[in-house]
Design a protein around this ligand. Structure first.
Ligand code: NAI
Ligand code: MG
Length: 340
């Protein structure tokens, strides 16, 4: 079975996308990874070629493979294009946003960080009905937002977090909420968290934190956290905070997951300021590829990849954004050397 190829969609993307994706492909090749790529367009590259930032052909490819590696996409300014990420999220009901953060370069402000944040991706205030109400001459006197969380979605994302913990040998899931104030919206999330935790008793520990206290503790004592599961808005904020603990967005991988599809991508954008210069740091994209390997059950390859990255960094190789002078190709060559 291990020799069977796994069909997957590849979107090189815009800006530095093609450069860091080329690095990923060389490294996967060296690993003997089992993907059979269907390369597709999205972003500005797709606008130039097809007049559409997310062509139907790309969506159909992902529907067929259920698996995609996506380079960063430049968001077209103006022109009335719909948001690519929102479209993908809706199209494939990508309910789980997985954002792991692990210290890769020791000796920074925070050492030995290893936290996985699971963010609910479809509901909360990001699915809110927003509007203004006028008072007198002021048309925007009152701003209103009505977010919602459904019990079904709370259950699905919390189950996902616990299952992830079981599969990846994690010990604890922390349910983050604001149930003391947003009693309905996030109270439901906590309620379901407590119920679902019972199904995992003896396998995964559960505790809960109020989001503001959690933010403070993440700064004072982040080592108490293992897996965090939370609602959309809190997850957006805390995942960036956690990325900051390990050196910023340049090293942050991500995955958007549903029952139908899984799309893996770096958290950073297309970095137009350095595109084409051969200096982009491919680590976040490589780490996203590691998540993809785990997702398809190839933990062996994911571990070889992350161990290789650790060794390469321990040997002192740094791209420009990390204070060094190595280019993207240097990373590719050094990493391939470090794989065993
Ligand atoms: P950005 O993440 O592309 O760049 C911010 C800064 O970080 C820049 O100075 C850039 O050079 C640097 N940087 C980012 N990734 C890097 C890497 N791998 N190696 C070295 N340096 C790196 O964010 P920005 O400039 O706000 O957005 C640029 C474009 O990317 C926009 O069109 C934005 O909409 C899009 N974007 C796309 C995302 C996606 O497709 N997932 C996510 C974020 C932004
Ligand atoms: Mg965000």
């Amino acid at each position: 079975m291990a020799d069977d190829k796994i069909p997957a969609t590849l979107i090189p993307g815009d800006g530095i996308g093609p450069e860091i994706v080329a690095c990923v492909l060389s490294v996967l090749d060296a690993l003997g990874a089992p993907f059979a790529w269907d390369t597709q367009l999205a972003g500005m590259t797709a606008v130039a070629d097809r007049g559409d930032p997310l062509p139907l052909q790309t969506i159909e490819s992902i529907r067929r493979t259920g698996l995609a590696l996506k380079g960063p996409l430049t968001t077209p300014v103006g022109g009335g294009f719909k948001s690519i990420n929102v479209t993908l999220r809706k199209e494939f009901e990508l309910f789980a946003n997985l954002r792991p953060a692990r210290t890769l370069i020791p000796g920074g402000r925070y050492d030995h960080i290893d936290i996985v944040l699971v963010r609910e991706n479809l509901e909360g205030f990001y699915a809110a009905m927003e509007h203004y109400m006028p008072i007198g001459h002021d048309n925007k006197a009152i701003a209103m937002s009505t977010g919602f969380n459904t019990r079904t979605e709370c259950r699905r994302i919390i189950h996902y977090a616990f299952d992830y913990a079981v599969k990846n040998g994690r010990k604890k899931v922390t349910v983050v909420h604001k149930a003391n104030i947003l009693k309905a919206l996030t109270g439901l999330f906590l309620e379901e968290g407590r119920l679902i935790a019972k199904e995992y008793e003896g396998r995964v520990e559960m505790n809960d934190r109020i989001v503001d206290a959690c933010a403070m503790q993440l700064v004072l004592d982040p080592w108490q956290y293992d897996v965090i599961v939370t609602t959309n808005l809190f997850g957006d904020i805390l995942s960036d905070l956690i990325a900051g603990l390990v050196g910023g967005l340049g090293m942050a991988p991500g995955a958007n997951i549903s029952d139908e599809a899984a799309i893996f991508e770096a958290v950073h954008g297309s970095a137009p300021d350095i595109a084409g210069k051969g200096v982009a740091n491919p680590l976040a994209m490589l780490l996203s590829t590691g998540l993809m390997l785990q997702h398809v059950g190839r933990n062996d390859l994911a571990t070889r990849l992350t161990t290789g990255i650790d060794r390469m960094l321990a040997a002192g190789l740094r791209t420009r954004d990390l204070g060094g002078s190595a280019g993207t190709r240097d990373v590719t060559e050094a990493l391939v050397q470090q794989l065993n």
